[in-house]
Design a protein. Structure first.
Length: 354
């Protein structure tokens, strides 16, 4: 009799260890997945940059760029606004998680506690359901059904992977409860050790990617000035449009023949008698910009002479860098007005905030 009970205990322990080996990768995956969502949610609530919509985030990025005063950063933002937004969010997330407070470890610890308690609870519930079932001989198979079902929401443990252990002759279901608790402890300890030195590379889905999805939308850029369409839908109906156009020098526009850079904005050009050049020798009046076909024809650019002080400050401040980058000069038609040159960075930012 003693030998039988020992065999019973051994097979229960073996069963518990085997099952926990299957749980381990699923638990790790569930912890990181849950943590990524928790970080994105926490940052959205606590960092003002991410409290609003994409337009308000745009203002935060422009403020950051002005404070840094690094022309290379501006170039990246102007050329690939979508990529810049991604890297801006990624940097903010890394600082938040890995800065002096090392919040990442706490986030992972909280997720582990939640998932671990859910597994313990599933063990307890399955045992309660199965222990008194006199009508079933395949108690362990029934226990596994209950267990996988109870775990469903928390971590993905496919029932099919457990076929190999469902025919175990285990009758003492209550002893299984204790054996599982014992076998689960090393899983928890092992993960805690990993968290102490964890970094962002361990996430399958990055928190910054989840956060960036909340600022999705159309990324088409105005063919004249490069400003991004403000529609919040990626494949939206109707024309692309935006509130404020920018000086066309930001995409390298020059006047024909002399190397004068264009400081005019597209929304004032469409009210002028000026022409723009496409292809080898085709000139189109700005007023009839749609006749140039796509991408011009996909934009709605109503006449509007107003320009943000921010871009007047930018052009004045980075005059030398822009001339060198676009191989042109702010002369003649591209002369920077004196009124632009007296705008301070603070004035430019104050207007932006409004």
């Amino acid at each position: 009799c003693f030998q039988i009970s020992c065999q019973g205990a051994t097979s229960i322990t073996t069963f518990a260890v085997f099952l926990c080996d299957k749980i381990a990768p699923a638990l790790r995956q569930a912890v990181y997945k849950r943590t990524a969502l928790a970080i994105a949610q926490d940052i959205k609530g606590k960092i003002p940059d991410f409290n609003g919509n994409r337009s308000s985030l745009e203002v935060c990025m422009l403020r950051y760029l002005a404070q840094e005063e690094n022309f290379e950063n501006f170039k990246e933002y102007l050329n690939c606004p979508g990529d810049f937004l991604q890297s801006y969010i990624e940097t903010r997330v890394e600082t938040y998680c890995l800065g002096k407070n090392r919040r990442l470890e706490k986030f992972l610890g909280d997720s582990l506690t939640h998932c671990y308690e859910s597994i313990q609870s599933a063990v307890f519930e399955s045992t309660n359901v199965v222990k008194d079932r006199k009508d079933r001989n395949d108690k362990i198979s029934l226990w596994l059904d209950e267990f996988c079902s109870a775990l469903g929401e928390v971590l993905s443990l496919p029932r099919t992977e457990l076929k190999g252990i469902e025919h175990q002759e285990i009758t003492d279901i209550e002893f299984l409860n204790n054996a599982m608790t014992e076998a689960l402890t090393p899983l928890k300890d092992h993960l805690k050790e990993e968290f102490a030195s964890a970094d962002m590379s361990l996430f399958e889905t990055q928190p910054h990617t989840i956060l960036a999805e909340q600022f999705a939308g159309c990324w088409k850029q105005c063919p004249f000035c490069g400003a991004v369409c403000t529609n919040i839908m990626q494949d939206h109906d109707g024309d692309h449009q935006l509130l404020f156009h920018r000086p066309q020098v930001l995409t390298g526009y020059k006047w024909h023949k002399p190397d004068n850079l264009v400081i005019d904005i597209c929304s004032s050009s469409v009210a002028s008698n000026c022409l723009f050049w496409i292809g080898e020798d085709t000139w189109i009046p700005y007023k009839r910009y749609r006749d140039a076909g796509p991408p011009y024809s996909t934009w709605n650019i109503p006449p509007d002479p107003s320009m943000q002080a921010y871009w007047k400050w930018f052009v004045s401040h980075f005059r030398t860098e822009l001339e060198k980058h676009y191989n042109g000069k702010f002369h003649g038609k591209g002369e920077i007005p004196a009124s632009w040159q007296i705008i301070t960075k603070q004035e430019a930012l104050d207007e932006l905030e409004r």
